[in-house]
Design a protein around this ligand. Sequence first.
Ligand code: SF4
Length: 183
Amino acid sequence: MKKPVVATASLAGCFGCHMSLLDIDERILDLIELVDFNKSPITDIKSFTGKCDIGLIEGGCCLDENVHVLKDFRKHCRILISVGECAIMGGLPAMRNGIPVQECLEEAYISGPSVKDSNPERIIPNDKELPVLLDRVYPCHEVVKMDYFLPGCPPDADLIWNALTALLENREIDLPYEVFKFD
Ligand code: SF4
């Protein structure tokens, strides 16, 4: 019988949510029995090879390229999940929201405290091959419809495992109050 297909992507994220997925430890062997992976940095498959059942998205949209990847996932995935605070709210990268893009670039490449050593010529990169910074960081649901949200930074490995297995077994995802509490 054909296994359900899972794909994952990291947009403006730190790969911590992918690490949390790997933190399901030995259950990764069960997961490989349960599903096939399509496009994902875990498998290093770069392009979709067909439709997917579940897409896991880490990170929000900081670059035009992130928007392109996210829309491509929406097109290919039946169920799309925002995994972690960056995907759900923009996370740390969204701290730049409210500051004009040009000001961010000047701080990073011209006037910031570490620029003297890292960029002595004080040039803001502008090669046309580079992805373009968006005016702010957008959470995924502001770009495409997202079906589920798994909170946390990163979400606990057990939460990711429970959500995945619930979806694979057509059960409701259990999100107990405790997983929303960070105090
Ligand atoms: Fe990294 Fe946390 Fe963002 Fe996940 S939610 S990508 S762990 S910063």
